[in-house]
Design a binder for this molecule. Sequence first.
Ligand code: PCA
Length: 203
Amino acid sequence: MKKLLLTGFEPFLSNPINPTMDIVQALNGKTIGQYEIVGHILSVNFQKAPEQFLKLIEEVQPTIIVSLGLAAGIAKISPERVAINVKDGEKDNAGHAFEDAPIRANGDVAYLSTLPIRKIVNRLNTAGYPAAISNSAGTYLCNNIMYEGLYYAANHDSIRAAGFIHIPASFDLAIQHGRIPGWSGRDLEAAIELALEECIENV
Ligand code: PCA
């Protein structure tokens, strides 16, 4: 059976909950079409996460890679258009921060997502789940992992599509966090499952 590698992240910064963890756990082991979903959680650690991710890709040998991250404050499911070769911003969970640093010293400036991002957005909106393409994945861990997935895919024909989707807070995170919008965990999971279906149908 073909594999779709689905990754999420652990909690970080001011987010004591990362709703990507529940989604990944819920969808891990499910079958969609010809694909088995293989779910794993990555550290919010600039040193460890890329290593964990590349090791997972080698182990799982996926055909499709979809990585999820929390963007607390957004209201819509947001497939990312582009990953840039930049590390910058706040400290990771190990206390390390980067400023204006490249992810890969001689890497391409940027990679465009190879997931069907427009189709994902249209499919979700038609099903009643608010979604929109995002034109920046930031410069923190999410952008880093999206860049690494697309770098790998650019050098390995076995990967047919790779990319990243940012999700809003869940209700439980919104309650703890303050003034940010939240979605029910059930809707987050259903929306991501639909997005994965769309990826699989388009490969
Ligand atoms: N979101 C962060 C990193 C981990 C996560 O879930 C980001 O947007 O970079």
